[in-house]
Design a protein around this ligand. Structure first.
Ligand code: NAD
Length: 478
């Protein structure tokens, strides 16, 4: 029997529109073709922006309770189709099925949070008489939709990170154009269908697939688009910032997140969690645990237990219920990380467990790595972790801060003073005390310093960012 390969046109102006060329989408796990995806062009993006301009007025006129209802319905529909959605993640991203189900559960919640924000988006009254010049005036602020939102997303959380952009954009009353990552378009079309079923006006959400440097770039440069919300690599983030003109830009970028394990910590209680932080979805998580600094008194014991726990992880087919580790997203990434590991070895590092087999990089634990080698100072975005001993807490904090990135950091400590010191001194957007840096729930503010980004996500924060604050002032001095 011949397998039918699904063909996905562009989702433009509320309808599926054929493109003149299609690109094969291949499974990262098997390399087989799983779909044919429309190659959008700059002209398609121009059409999408024109449709979005029309939808802008419709969305701005949609009352809060209707926007909330649409978002709530999407959340409910996704709940009903959660297994189908999880299987898409497993197919297009090689996300192990149990991890994929976790992402869908979070996405359901993210859309619920967005529905809540649609209902409570509000301004405030301003005490004008705090200034003598403001006497007898009454003023308040309202939050108006910012306008067309351009959402550009990465491959690693194709449902939940897309929800962090579509949810707030719609909660705030904006039309949104989504340019999903080349490797993960199927999830984008799936969610667009749910929004259509939920009654979102035509043109308020469009999905334009294709090359980032073409359709993504067109979206970034057009002055009718008022805000770009981007999640992806620092390299592309910097390019977007340069090309975006005066529009608002939110950038959620990479990191080489670190954890400090302080003197006196009970190691057996944290080993499982730290292994999870390092290797979930093969380390392709922006807050994946990449660098672990362990107090010298615990170092040998920690390393031994960490390696033993790592070796329990099961490598296999991402659709298999027992699989922890499957293929990396591309063969190019397998090659890249192989070179980085070799570089670290040449500079004196030892690989205690790991190895590469075809498309799979086995969970790799490295010690004695020189800080300037790429496994330490760049974002590996692969199942590779580096463990290093430290002598003083001050030294550990400096090591964590010695990074071009600053997304999140974790500290396990029994000492209150050290917890406060870490909270104060770590140069990151989020400090997790007695947890790994990989912790995130979807309503907390989330984002980075340095090359980890600009601005914050977390549904409330992103929704506010997608509004214009408008002041209304009544003069009663007549
Ligand atoms: P990427 O930067 O390669 O691609 C992201 C998106 O940008 C894709 O949709 C791509 O098509 C598009 N793009 C590429 N060139 C463009 C251009 N010139 N103009 C406009 N758009 C363009 O990232 P990726 O490999 O898909 O994802 C991995 C990266 O994302 C990692 O660095 C990871 O840390 C980061 N990430 C960050 C967060 C966060 O919240 N901070 C979350 C997840 C992933």
């Amino acid at each position: 029997m011949k397998t039918i390969i699904p063909k996905k046109p562009l989702y433009l102006g509320g309808a599926y529109v054929e493109a003149s060329s299609y690109k094969e989408l291949r499974s990262p796990h098997t390399g087989e073709v799983i779909a044919e995806i429309a190659e959008g062009t700059r002209e398609h993006m121009q059409q999408a922006i024109a449709y979005a301009s029309e939808a802008e007025k419709v969305m701005a006129a949609l009352p809060a309770h209707k926007r909330a209802n649409i978002l709530q319905t999407v959340s409910r529909l996704l709940q009903e189709k959660r297994e189908e959605a999880a299987r898409i993640l497993t197919l297009e991203a090689a996300k192990p099925i149990t991890v994929a189900r976790g992402e869908i559960a979070r996405t359901i919640e993210t859309y619920q949070f967005a529905a809540d924000e649609a209902r409570r988006l509000h301004g405030e009254t301003i005490p004008m008489d705090a200034s003598a010049m403001g006497e007898n005036r009454i003023a308040y602020t309202v939050r108006k939709p910012v306008g067309i939102v351009g959402a550009i997303t990465p491959f690693n959380f194709p449902f939940n990170l897309v929800a962090h952009k579509l949810g707030p954009a719609i909660a705030a009353g904006n039309p949104v154009i989504l340019k999903p990552a080349e490797q993960t378009p199927l999830s984008a079309f799936f969610i667009a269908d749910l929004f259509a079923q939920a009654g979102l006006p035509a043109g308020a959400l469009q999905v334009i697939t294709g090359n980032g440097s073409e359709v993504g770039d067109e979206l970034v440069r057009d002055d009718r688009v008022k805000l770009i919300t981007f999640t992806g690599s620092p390299e592309v983030g910097k390019l977007i910032r340069r090309n975006a003109g005066l529009k608002r830009v939110t950038l959620e970028l990479g990191s080489n997140s670190a954890l400090i394990v302080d003197e006196g910590v009970e190691i057996e209680r944290i080993i499982k969690r730290t292994v999870t932080g390092a290797f979930t979805f093969m380390g392709q998580v922006c807050i994946s645990l990449q660098r672990i600094f362990v107090h010298r008194s615990l170092y040998t014991d920690f390393v031994d237990r960490f390696v033993a726990e790592t070796e329990l992880l099961r490598v296999g087919d991402p659709a298999d219920e027992t699989t922890d580790i499957a293929a990396l997203i591309t063969l190019g990434d397998v090659k890249r990380i192989g070179e980085w590991i070799e570089e670290a070895k040449r500079e004196g590092a030892r690989v205690l467990t790991g190895g590469i087999e075809g498309r799979i990089v086995k969970p790799t634990v490295i010690v004695d790595a020189a800080p300037h080698t790429r496994v330490c100072c760049q974002e590996t975005f692969a199942p590779v972790v580096v463990i290093t001993p430290f002598d003083t807490f001050d030294e550990a904090i400096n090591e964590v801060n010695n990074s071009r990135y600053g997304l999140q950091a974790g500290v396990y400590t029994n000492k209150m003073e050290h917890a406060f010191e870490a909270a104060d001194r770590l140069e990151v957007g989020g400090v997790m005390i007695n947890d790994f840096p990989t912790f995130r729930v979807d309503h907390m503010p989330y984002g980075g310093l340095k090359e980890s980004g600009v601005g914050r996500e977390g549904v409330k924060y992103a929704t506010e960012e997608m509004t214009e604050l408008k002041l209304v002032c009544f003069n009663r001095n007549r």
